[in-house]
Write a protein that binds this ligand. Structure first.
Ligand code: NAI
Ligand code: MG
Length: 341
């Protein structure tokens, strides 16, 4: 068999952690697999050089089957508005219709005193992130700003279906829903009751939670949660909060998933404060590579990678990178993971 993976390191530490993920993929797959990597370009640095942040060729290669899936590193987004620039990962999610952002948040029991193992399934295409804003002047001269929030039945249904499918493969389920999110809630309940020929209801326990109390419970009893489904904005807040529970952004993985394509992507950004020093934690990218492999049907190999990462996290704290309190380098952590494979 064969497997072709696109690599889009983009900016900053993306250039350090994506090569690490590549080496782990090479080590994890059986040598009988014909494994190819295709280097693809994107990013703010590319934009500064060429005026293009996301080349047509990168999009086409992903769209037309040139690669089976891809890994994305991280982009540097300028803090001020730069004429002609918009985020290439946001554009890729849109162009490839990667409507779900799936974020596992996990930590082996011994590392924190309790075992955290949950998956947050965040809607990736609408909510407040459609960026439809306006500002009006009031008769008294002050201004009022408005943002439109879009929640569609179609997008809610497909994200709920994906979340229940993930939950069905695991144990229980807790849902994050707000009463004000009437439609999202209604569709999620409908998918739970009637989806998959009634099978979701038989196999998955469902709880709803307002987003504020969800955040509270997440911090008090993170071990209770298994799968959370949420609209875009809540999902963003909950998943960044959950990342704090497991020690460092450097270990939190994600996958952008659609019906036709998947992009593994560490949750962190380009980390300009440590870029180029060789100390970026590669674990977020390695775990994202494992999610990509699992999505592409290589679940045994993905499990092997996750187990190797867990062993490295528990083995010797000093060999971990500085974000986890160690003295190790990107290279040493990558080698340790490969050794455990
Ligand atoms: P960041 O995630 O890049 O860094 C936050 C802090 O975490 C920094 O102290 C950094 O050194 C540390 N950190 C992050 N990843 C790490 C790793 N793998 N190993 C060790 N330490 C790690 O977020 P920040 O600083 O807010 O943003 C920097 C740039 O990245 C900005 O231009 C921002 O727009 C962009 N960004 C891009 C994202 C993406 O590509 N999806 C997501 C978040 C930010
Ligand atoms: Mg975020």
């Amino acid at each position: 068999s064969s497997l072709t993976i696109g690599l889009i390191p983009a900016d900053g530490i993306g250039r350090e952690v994506i090569p690490a993920a590549r080496r782990v993929i090479e080590a994890a797959l059986p040598s009988s697999v014909r494994l190819n990597f295709v280097d693809l370009e994107a990013g703010f640095e590319l934009f500064q050089k060429t005026g293009v942040a996301l080349p047509e060729e990168t999009v086409r290669t992903c769209l037309d089957g040139g690669v089976d899936g891809a890994m994305f590193g991280s982009v540097s987004s300028p803090s001020h508005k730069v004429e002609g620039y918009s985020s290439p990962i946001v554009a890729l999610r849109k162009k490839l219709d990667l409507y779900a952002n799936v974020r596992p948040v996990a930590s082996p029991a011994a590392a924190l005193g309790k075992k955290i193992d949950m998956v947050i399934v965040r809607e990736n295409t609408e909510c407040l992130y459609i960026k439809s804003e306006k500002i009006e002047k009031n008769p008294d001269g002050t201004r009022t700003a408005y943002a439109t929030r879009k929640i569609s039945e179609t997008a809610s249904r497909r994200i709920a279906t994906m979340a229940f499918n993930i939950a069905q493969k695991r144990a229980g389920l807790s849902n994050v829903l707000s009463v004000t999110d009437g439609l999202f809630r209604e569709v999620c309940l409908d998918v739970w009751k009637n989806g998959n020929n009634g099978d979701f209801k038989k196999t998955v326990r469902m709880d709803e939670q307002l987003v504020d109390s969800m955040v509270y419970r997440l911090f008090r009893e993170p071990e209770k949660f298994d799968v959370c489904v949420a609209p875009n904005l809540y999902g963003d807040i909950i998943s960044d909060g959950a990342a704090a529970l497991v020690g460092s952004l450097g270990v939190v993985a994600s996958a952008n998933v659609g019906d036709k394509f998947c992009i593994g992507e560490p949750v962190h950004g380009s980390a300009p404060d440590i870029a180029g020093k060789g100390i970026a934690n590669p674990i977020a990218s390695i775990r994202s590579a494992s999610m990509l492999l699992s999505h592409l049907g290589w679940s045994a190999e993905a499990k092997k990678i996750d187990a190797a990462v867990d062993r490295v996290l528990l083995e010797n704290p000093a060999q971990l990178t500085p974000d986890l309190g160690g003295k190790g380098t990107t290279e040493q952590v990558t080698q340790a993971v490969i050794r455990h494979l």
